[in-house]
Ligand binder design. Structure first.
Ligand code: ATR
Length: 268
């Protein structure tokens, strides 16, 4: 019998998750159905309970419900506890389990580009939920230093204070977006600037050797600047595939190969 999966969000129409999971399932010959559920803002908990009570196997959770999903779980993985947000739910022995696969998705996307994270020095722009979710997986993948740069410096400082205890082998620092300088192996844009079409100006005194934009399918001034500097760069479609692969692996016990699915990327 087909296992039943869904992604829950509000809005949800834009989600590519059903297409990705069906592509994985077809490639690996695993029968499943995966649909989109638009859930009212006040109806999340009820929806999740009903889904699992009626035999649902796993849920992905997207905006704005990731924190509510975190609060609802009986058992959390270490990386979900640190991110304080959950994007993957499943039932095990009658208890609700939650994980956050976004950060590992980023790590896998970067590694599949052939960019090494071992002993790396990374600059992350932005200090919101997207950044919180990736610090621990990047540290676990071998980053020795992570600098978090934010427009509002206090928010980056708070993030460093909250997370530094969880990454004891990685130097974590906060800086203002106005004070960017130095040399980094990798720069990651985790601000929502590209989503809202706003430009981010990277100063000339900042040097970086690889550039990763978490957004995809949108023009990005960040990626344009990387291109002008002849720096290898990528948009965030690989991260989207990566987080889906990790969820699929949790639920089905087999791991699709990221490079097999890059053909699904939106055409520029
Ligand atoms: P998410 O959960 O996607 O991280 P968020 O919590 O709203 O979203 O965080 C958005 C991040 O993008 C923040 O770091 C924000 O900076 P502030 O904390 O100063 O608001 C950053 N951001 C959004 N628009 C930006 C812009 N035009 N320039 C620079 N940073 C921007």
């Amino acid at each position: 019998m087909n296992k039943v999966f869904a992604v829950v969000g509000h809005p949800i129409e834009h989600s590519r998750s059903p297409e990705l999971h069906h592509a994985f399932a077809e490639k690996l010959a695993i029968p499943l159905t995966y649909s989109k559920h638009l859930v009212p803002l006040d109806g999340f908990t009820q929806h999740v309970k009903a889904f699992f009570q009626t035999g649902g196997h796993g849920l992905n959770i997207t905006v704005p419900f990731k924190e509510q999903a975190f609060a609802l779980c009986d058992v959390l993985t270490e990386r979900a506890k640190i991110a304080k947000a959950v994007n993957t739910l499943w039932m095990q022995n009658g208890t609700l389990h939650g994980d956050n696969t976004d950060g590992q998705g980023l790590v896998e996307a970067i590694q599949s580009l052939g960019w090494s994270l071992q002993n790396s020095k990374i600059l992350i722009l932005g200090a919101g939920g997207a950044t919180r979710g990736v610090i621990y997986p990047l540290a676990a993948a071998g980053a020795t230093e992570i600098v978090v740069a934010n427009r509002t410096l206090e928010r980056a400082e708070q993030l460093v204070q909250d997370l530094e205890q969880h990454v004891p082998h990685t130097r974590l620092r906060a800086v203002s977006l106005n004070a960017l300088e130095g040399e980094f192996d990798l720069i990651i844009n985790a601000t929502s600037a590209s989503l809202s079409g706003e430009a981010l100006q990277l100063p000339a005194q900042l040097t970086f050797h690889h550039a990763y934009e978490m957004a995809y399918g949108k023009p990005s001034s960040f990626l344009e600047q990387a291109q002008q500097r002849h720096v290898p760069h990528s948009d965030g479609f690989g991260m989207l595939i990566g987080q889906a692969i990790e969820s699929f692996y949790i639920w089905n016990g087999v791991k699709p190969k990221l490079a097999d699915f890059l053909y699904l990327a939106p055409k520029a």
